[in-house]
Ligand binder design. Structure first.
Ligand SMILES: [Zn+2]
Length: 273
């Protein structure tokens, strides 16, 4: 752990642009690892868990996506490195934040974003409501991140056993403002009604797919940025019993080509792995 924290993994942007990732190689040539191959903190381990410089993740949304996948793998394997959680990290973002991903997730207490993605202070810009139902304030928050903070990856993340989705399926008559949640999710609940498999799991997944589309179509900011390849918008579902985040393949296909500024050709390949 200490060795990893003290090591500086050098991933140059120029190397990214030249396609090092596409060739399955990370730009680790400047790392002098004294750690035994295959063990935690080794070059091989860092490569498998996609431990890349967070600035690279901020610059390139496909790298950001792989970084989240790698962080979740660390968490699932009980090998979380808990980066950027000390006083130095607090001070480093005191004047300016550059989160590399927006997470649009559920308020559920069992889905702590920084923990399950093994990230730290200043990494994730999080918009949370029950069932990750969105309204004007949510839209504005996401737009703020992409416009004012320069964040280029948006992940809509549902989760197993979501109470809000369950309410949309089983409890159409709910008190107070909870009806707002139910109304927003009930289409997904209806669409998934006759699908094979678990009713709630299917509705959770369908809800995420619809919310991803909702953001991709959201005028006037996100729709333009998404189509221009400046912002990547994908969906995921978190499994409570394994800790695993599944990025939904339907949302990783047929993506607009990355904008020139967000395009290390290699990172574009990342989604294939
Ligand atoms: Zn939930």
């Amino acid at each position: 752990m200490f060795l990893f924290r003290s090591a500086v993994l050098f991933v140059s942007l120029s190397a990214l642009a030249q396609g090092a990732f596409a060739q399955g190689r990370m730009a680790t040539t400047k790392v002098k690892s004294k750690v035994k191959a295959g063990t935690i903190d080794s070059v091989q381990w860092r490569r498998a868990h996609y431990i890349v410089n967070r600035d690279s993740a901020y610059a390139f949304p496909r790298v950001a996506l792989r970084k989240l996948m790698g962080g979740n793998r660390c968490f699932v394997e009980n090998k979380a490195i808990r980066p950027r959680q000390d006083r130095a990290a607090l001070l480093s973002v005191e004047k300016k934040q550059t989160p590399f991903a927006v997470i649009v997730g559920c308020s559920d207490s069992r889905v702590p974003n920084e923990i399950i993605f093994d990230q730290g202070v200043g990494d994730l810009f999080i918009v949370r409501t029950a069932g990750q139902v969105m309204a004007a304030a949510s839209y504005g928050s996401i737009e703020f991140a992409t416009v004012a903070l320069g964040t280029k990856l948006v992940v809509v993340m549902g989760h197993q056993s979501c109470g809000a989705v369950n309410a949309a399926i089983n409890r159409p008559d709910v008190p107070g403002h909870i009806v707002t949640l139910v109304n927003s999710i009930k289409h997904a609940a209806a669409v998934s009604k006759d699908q094979p498999g678990d009713r709630l799991d299917n509705a959770v997944r369908e809800n995420v797919l619809e919310q991803v589309q909702e953001l991709r179509d959201l005028d006037p900011v996100l729709s333009k940025k998404y189509q221009a390849g400046e912002v990547l918008i994908v969906g995921a579902v978190y499994q409570l019993h394994t800790g695993q985040v599944e990025f939904l393949p339907e949302t990783l296909k047929n993506l607009p080509a990355p904008a020139a500024a967000a395009k290390p050709s290699a990172a574009a390949e990342a989604l294939k792995h």
